[in-house]
Ligand binder design. Sequence first.
Ligand code: PGA
Length: 252
Amino acid sequence: MTRTPLIVGNWKMFKTASEARASIQALLPLIASSPRQVFIAPPFTAIAAAVESAKGSRLGIGAQNMHDASEGAFTGEVSAAMLKDLGASFVILGHSERRSHFLESNAFIYRKVERALEAKLIPILCIGETQEQRDRNQTLSVLQTQLKECLGGISDLSSVIIAYEPIWAIGTGKTATPAMAQEVHRACRQLIEQEWGKGLAQQIRLLYGGSVKADNISTLMKEPDIDGVLVGGASLDPKGFAQIICYQSLEG
Ligand code: PGA
């Protein structure tokens, strides 16, 4: 089964709407000949500008978060329908920065995945362990719990994408080695097979995230169970991000 490689840029709380417009205009010509699928998640305030700038290209625009209710008295929050209406095609859910700074639980993230699917947004569910959990050999049990609790009761997971982001590798410059990432990705795929069946396990895309750069993407993407990457800091500069997107494939 071939899974189309996917490169996702997570801009976090960087770039105004005008900066987003300029970045996308600079990026598009640099990646025009790339066969890879590319998504960018700007801050909420730049989504409309990004959608407009990406019009006519294959670049998908999405969000970094959303609320778990369809609507209501939730000051400062944004719903799946609001994102969809702006032209967003996906939403990142359960990023470790949301889990740690805003205390998001697996149960809360589960409800967001449900709402995203109802609104026909592609959920990119982030999972990952802390350094302490890795040191205690708890990596796989932590990921298993996150997968089960964030996706457990959902019957159709065919559009879901999973991003494995070891927390100790995010924004630190410390990347998991390709072998370490592959080992975890393979284990996650096995887990998905046990819980949801072989068909889904073969089809679902598993991204790696955490200090991905132009000089480590080729070796990460060579691994059979790494289907793409989620890039934070290195996605902000259009030239640098284009280098990541146009990485040289080491296969064959
Ligand atoms: P980073 O962030 O590439 O800056 O490590 C990745 C992420 O948080 O998604």
